[in-house]
Ligand binder design. Structure first.
Ligand SMILES: Cc1cc2nc3c(=O)[nH]c(=O)nc-3n(C[C@H](O)[C@H](O)[C@H](O)COP(=O)(O)OP(=O)(O)OC[C@H]3O[C@@H](n4cnc5c(N)ncnc54)[C@H](O)[C@@H]3O)c2cc1C
Length: 382
């Protein structure tokens, strides 16, 4: 296959669509959503109408029939505008429905996957717990067999979209005596009398709603067990690996937004009769930022290409996520420095971008966890 460093005209069309959507419809919503910490729910329907939720799923399954590169373009552009919007999109369009697409029954696809593609239903993914964030194997939520289904007990922490989702995928153990990887996934309709969802207040991505969930004797019918008993750990790992490439694209969008703001400021701001961009210290910062973003960009799209080839492995996904998320954090910090005092002021975007950038050196597996995956791939045992 020929090596190509160009996006296709279809990819450019996706980028134009999302940019226009952001500029004309979504940007005006961002400040209020951040201030009130409430995600505008109707945006999911708009994403659905434009085919953006289903962008990487095949047409035969109700998707838009494009590819992972397109999915990353959507994320990059949404994140350029608002990481909170892009994170809610990601938890819904990938984490909350990819496993249903992958291993769901025809009934599950009809009742959850398809209404999620149109934005009629909003999804989330409940894996992390108070004792099981980095260490998924420490997961404690229990699922006990009862007449006609399962009874769930436990808790979930930091679950994106949980405060307003229509359903969540919930990871639980059916038999704690089995090996740690014996995890099952359940589709849980919300509200559910056994699910108490508390909305958390956050420093970053404030417009993306995040929940702590107490689960007590929540009944889930048999038809909502996803992918069979105790066998979904590999599905979860594959889902997370692909999403690490995805959130790397989110990080790339944030890095670009911070860079563009810093470059504009460096061109406009005059200190001692000179644009600050003409001071070598500032120019070098901008040069480093541009180079780091370019490196992250091609890693992200290489990762997306590997997904499309069906050859993504966990270590590649971890390398892509590590570099892109750390780039967003470093670039947004430099952007604040370039702004001087203005960088701390709310009317400039760089402070918010930097707060938001912390989310992806933590969420979807911290940078330390990514380094562990990469080191294990080299044969070490960190
Ligand atoms: C805004 C936000 C949204 C989220 N959305 C979701 C969601 O929708 N669904 C979901 O399931 N989860 C979600 N998460 C959870 C996220 O995946 C976890 O926060 C993350 O995996 C880290 O887990 P933890 O917070 O428990 O940190 P901990 O595991 O307590 O880690 C604390 C520190 O210890 C380090 N550490 C831990 N173990 C190791 C190790 N073995 N080696 C080296 N260092 C280590 C970590 O790197 C980190 O620096 C979200 C988190 C955030 C912040």
């Amino acid at each position: 296959m020929a090596l190509s460093f160009q996006f296709s005209s279809e990819h450019e069309a996706v980028r134009d669509t999302v940019r226009r959507l952001c500029q004309e419809e979504l940007s005006p919503l961002v400040d209020d959503a951040e201030e009130n910490e409430v995600f505008p729910r109707h945006v999911f329907q708009r994403w659905g109408e434009l085919g953006l939720i289903g962008v990487r799923y095949p047409e035969r399954d109700g998707g838009t029939g494009m590819d992972k590169v397109s999915d990353c373009i959507v994320r990059e552009e949404l994140s350029y505008m608002s990481q909170a919007f892009a994170t809610s999109w990601s938890a819904h369009s990938h984490l909350g429905i990819w496993p249903i697409w992958k291993v769901g029954t025809p009934w599950q696809r009809e009742n959850y996957f398809k209404p999620a593609l149109t934005g009629e239903k909003v999804a989330g993914f409940g894996l992390s717990e108070p004792d099981g964030g980095s260490n998924v194997r420490a997961l404690k939520t229990r699922a006990e067999r009862v007449d006609g289904g399962w009874k769930l007990n436990g808790s979930k922490l930091y679950i994106t979209n949980a405060p307003f989702a229509n359903f969540l995928l919930v990871a639980a153990r059916t038999r704690p005596e089995l090996k740690p990887e014996s995890i099952s996934l359940f589709i849980v309709d919300l509200p559910n009398p056994g699910f108490e969802v508390h909305k958390l207040r956050k420093e970053g991505i404030r417009a993306s709603e995040t929940g702590l969930i107490h689960i007590e004797d929540a009944f889930v019918p048999d038809e909502c067990l996803l992918g069979g008993i105790e066998g979904t750990y590999p599905v979860i790992l594959e889902c997370l690996s692909e999403n690490r490439v995805g959130v790397a694209a989110n990080a790339l969008g944030m890095a670009r937004a911070a860079f563009d703001a810093a470059k504009a400021y460096a061109s406009d701001r005059i200190v001692a009769n000179k644009r600050i961009g003409d001071y070598q210290a500032i120019a070098h910062k901008l040069a480093d930022m541009a180079a780091q973003i370019e490196a992250a960009k091609w890693m992200v799209y290489y990762g997306a290409w590997r997904v499309d080839q069906g050859t993504l492995d966990a270590a590649t996904a971890a390398r892509v996520k590590l570099i892109a998320s750390e780039t967003a954090l470093a670039v947004s910090e430099q952007a604040i420095r370039i702004h001087g005092g203005a960088g701390i002021m709310r009317e400039y975007p760089v402070g918010r971008i930097h707060r938001d950038a912390f989310v992806y050196v933590i969420g979807e597996g911290t940078s330390e966890v990514q380094r562990n995956i990469i080191a294990r791939d080299m044969g070490f045992k960190p």
